[in-house]
Design a protein around this ligand. Sequence first.
Ligand SMILES: [Zn+2]
Length: 251
Amino acid sequence: MKIRYFSGALLAAVVATGPVLAEHHSKSKAYDYGDRGPELWGQLHGDYAICEKGDMQTPIDLAYANAKGNVALSVDYKTGPLTVSNKGLTVQADFAAGSSINSAGTQFNLIQIHFHTPSEHAISGKRYPLVGHFVHATEGGKLGVLGVMFEEGAANAELAKILAATPSSKSGPATVAGQMIDPNGMLPADRSIYRYMGSLTTPPCSEGVNWHVLSNPITASKAQIEQFEALMGDNSRPLRAVNNRLVVAPE
Ligand SMILES: [Zn+2]
């Protein structure tokens, strides 16, 4: 990967001032982990201290990128059985083994996709109404997430399958007989990505997560976005400081 750094002065400014954006959303009861909003997760449990004290947390405003480079990303996703659960905090589809991404030579195997309304990452303060997080892990257990933003437009056929199979109340994973899902149908054609090291966005907020966020959104219909909002509420974590991290934007 060829990375072109911005000027030192700009980089210093970027690392010195993380994004501080006001949050006006009211969080769903489930997301509050028992009346405690995401700003207080670090005090909930000893194991969650990193939520508050960690300096490599997610999400961030990707406009704070301090380098440019095209990260080599290849996607090898396969059609498989549809398994869906309503986790209360999110809607999730689990994938059978065999799908993966390769990011700059490291293979991450696809485990599940789950959703947030609105998107957790922002770009210049803009959040999309919906994001899908494809969660992967290497054989050694390192996590890699691929984020796909959705904007309002044409309906997405794979989202329709997930929504049709999601119970309105909390449920364990259930496989839908005879229904297949193609994860490729939830990806834009352009695979330009933002790349940085971050964390899980719910407790325990573990760091060391290889974040990839596609810079181009795809579409979901207004009705689909509203269905996700009705199922999950606002389950988007407030933005965290970039701190002293390399954040690579596509060229
Ligand atoms: Zn997520």
